[in-house]
Design a protein around this ligand. Structure first.
Ligand code: ADP
Ligand code: MG
Length: 676
């Protein structure tokens, strides 16, 4: 069971199953000191009386426990028949208070006879372990885990080989591994626990950084980047004759940064961050033109078909009357056309290929692919990028564009091998979007507002959340919403778009809205990224409580693209959890994508982002957290960089331990994958 549930194979693995919390069992409480239902308490006292109350399922044992001064109720719902309470005997009672009928009571406490416990040895913090339902069913609860750990301690205390060399530990003041493992399970006090956690976190982050940075160095050495030194006809012709508006300073700076990379002879891996509407598409096009001037093709990938279509539209408009040829390839391109396209790509007639992310899985071959641009993909990790390299003899240059700013910790890990450019300026004349949060009770007022906006010629988005587990319900929500809008706005035309639609139909509706033929677009989050309709000035998000911050910010970015004042209206139910309220408040308070990304990471916490598979981290995190350990991550990165600086391949004797440990970690990741 340990193997299956915790992916544990050896005793050492077991020691790496860390407690998720500790309870101080050195302190004893008086009943009068109980003041919340969060803190476990430990009380010495006697039972005054007890009785069985109720019958059948509702049956319970209710007892009164006295500390000599006050009395508290203690209740058992289960196992009543096994309980043998004694009067006139002192117990240590341990449990978490609950609050019921305006008084504290304790349900299912642990009981020990005071005479059997040596209080002097009852020091320090008691570890508690997360256990799965399966494990509990097999009696492997937190207490059992604690017992197992206790059994392992004597052997552990004899000492195990450290996984970090002494020199590094000394330099960063880290506890040794044996002590850390002892103290993470059975800390003698808070200070020791802190040191133990610090060491174990550092180690995790350090090896991740060592791995990422080593790969990066290797790649730099192994692959020559395609040299693209020339600025030629394609770029200049477009820049001087077809550019629809002057570039913002930020766009200019970023193009220069990319150009420097393309010229360098090294393979570019660059992340381009720019808030929604900052004009990343144009930057992408300029880079593609540079590639063309140097005899290379470019492939631009978008996460959805709608978006790919839209890029195609934008780019072919921009490239009208130029000699640059752009083509579209998606999952729905007909076979015949597809074949023609394949051969046009191979003969080099196509300069820019636009498509969905599926392009990397596809069998398309290029004559000379030199640049890959990935648009709007938050989770385009190291592994996916590696796939691209098979498309040409050398890996093409890679530019990943994202509107969701990536918090520093992620930039250093999941995207740890990318250099970063930022467009920190919006095109001139944009008015900041006004964000408002209302509850469903305010619908009438909102409808009046929508009507008024439509009368001035603006268009409206209405977006419904999409929850994967329940696609049917989503659709019902959406269709009800569609009907509602049709009923309440009888003189308006309403479009509807959702993921289940045939892509042709989807496109038809999108295009109708984009051309201003319909005034309202009711949609699921398929429009979350990238869609560009400058005349749309109102974004209404239904059930906004079901969206995360980054998503809300993305959605909001669909408006505010023209010169008009735009609005984002977040509609929620009346009762909101604390976190949801915070999310709404942040959205209302700021338009700054970076602040939102940081807040998002804080609110969502580690669970969502960490875990190798989704995030693309080389190893799992067991104890460190990308949301709270940013500072340590930074230190660990420096430490790793220093080592690789001197010894990129870790071949020196003094670095042998690092190399061995990296191999072991990789091994482990693989093995575990096979088991689960
Ligand atoms: P995003 O960065 O979100 O992908 P887009 O590339 O879609 O942004 O650009 C948003 C809008 O801004 C588009 O309508 C585009 O034509 C316009 N735009 C881009 N660059 C400029 C500029 N330098 N000046 C004025 N408008 C611009
Ligand atoms: Mg875009």
């Amino acid at each position: 069971m340990l193997k299956k549930e915790l992916k544990v194979q050896t005793a050492l693995d077991l020691l790496y199953v860390f407690p998720y919390k500790y309870i101080d069992r050195s302190r004893f409480y008086k009943i009068s000191e109980i003041e919340d239902t969060e803190t476990y308490v430990q009380i010495i006292g006697e039972f005054v009386d007890w009785q069985i109350v109720g019958t059948g399922h509702g049956q319970r044992l209710s007892a009164h426990f006295s500390d000599g001064k006050d009395v508290i109720e203690v209740v058992w719902f289960k196992g009543v028949q096994y309980l043998k309470l004694q009067k006139g005997v002192k117990y240590i009672l341990f449990g978490k208070p609950s609050y019921y009928n305006r008084a504290y009571n304790i349900v299912h406490p642990d009981l020990e006879l005071l005479s059997k416990v040596n209080i002097e040895t009852r020091r320090g913090l008691e570890p508690h372990y997360n256990t799965s339902g399966e494990m509990k069913a097999g009696w492997l609860n937190s207490k059992a885990m604690r017992k197992i750990m206790e059994v392992l301690m004597p052997d552990l205390k004899k000492g195990i080989p450290d996984t970090l060399p002494l020199s590094l530990r000394e330099h960063y003041h880290l506890m040794d591994l044996t002590q850390s493992l002892v103290n993470i399970h059975f800390p003698s006090d808070q200070a020791h626990l802190r040191k133990a956690r610090e060491r174990l976190k550092f180690e995790e982050l350090f090896y991740i950084q060592l791995q990422i940075l080593r790969q990066m160095k290797r790649r730099e050495q192994q692959y020559v980047g395609f040299p693209m030194p020339r600025v030629g006809q394609a770029f200049n012709d477009f820049y001087f004759h077809h550019l629809p508006f002057p570039l913002t300073n930020a766009q200019k700076r970023v193009v220069k940064e990319i150009q420097t990379d393309l010229r360098s002879g090294k393979q570019m891996n660059r992340l381009l961050q720019g808030d929604v509407g900052s004009g990343k598409t144009l930057v992408a096009l300029l880079c593609a033109l540079l590639a063309k001037d140097n005899g290379f093709q470019t492939c631009i990938m978008a996460p959805t078909e709608i978006l790919a279509n839209q890029h195609m539209q934008t780019l072919s408009d921009l490239l009208k009357n130029t000699r640059t040829r752009v083509e579209l390839l998606t999952g729905t391109t007909p076979k015949k056309q597809r074949e023609q396209l394949h051969s046009a790509l191979l003969t080099g007639k196509v300069d820019i290929l636009v498509g969905t992310h599926a392009l990397i899985e596809d069998t398309v071959q290029f004559a000379n692919l030199g640049l890959v641009i990935v648009d709007e993909q938050h989770r385009f990790g190291v592994a996916q990028r590696a796939k691209l390299w098979e498309k040409n003899i050398n890996p093409p240059h890679v530019l990943v564009m994202t509107a969701t700013p990536i918090p520093r910790t992620l930039a250093m890990t999941v995207y740890g091998d990318l250099s970063v450019s930022v467009i920190d300026e919006l095109p001139p004349g944009r008015k900041p979007i006004q964000t408002l949060h209302y509850t469903n009770l305010r619908r009438d007022g909102i409808n009046r507002f929508i009507r008024q906006q439509i009368q001035t010629g603006r268009q409206i988005y209405v977006v419904y959340p999409l929850i994967e587990e329940n696609k049917k319900m989503d659709l019902v929500d959406l269709e009800n919403g569609y009907r509602y809008m049709c009923e309440h706005f009888p003189d308006c035309k309403v479009s509807m778009v959702h993921g289940k639609m045939k892509s042709k139909e989807k496109d038809l509706h999108m295009q109708a809205f984009a051309r201003g033929e319909t005034q309202i677009l009711v949609a699921t989050t398929v429009i979350e990224v990238g869609v560009n309709v400058p005349n749309a000035s109102v974004m209404i998000v239904e059930n906004a409580e079901r969206f995360g911050l980054s998503q809300l910010h993305q959605l909001r970015g669909r408006v505010g693209r023209g010169a008009d004042q735009s609005y984002c209206i977040l509609l929620t139910r009346v009762e909101l959890s604390k976190d949801t309220r915070k999310r709404m408040d942040i959205m209302v308070a700021t338009n700054d994508g970076f602040r939102i990304a940081e807040a998002d990471l804080q609110l969502r916490g580690p669970g969502d982002l960490e875990g190798t598979q989704q995030s693309g981290l080389p190893f799992d995190l067991k104890i460190a957290s990308l949301s709270t350990d940013g500072q340590m991550l930074e230190i660990a990165r420096h430490a790793a960089a220093d080592i690789l600086e001197e010894d990129p391949e870790l071949t020196m004797d003094k670095n042998a331990l690092y190399k061995a440990q990296l191999n072991k970690l990789k091994q482990r990741t693989v093995d575990w994958g096979l088991i689960s």
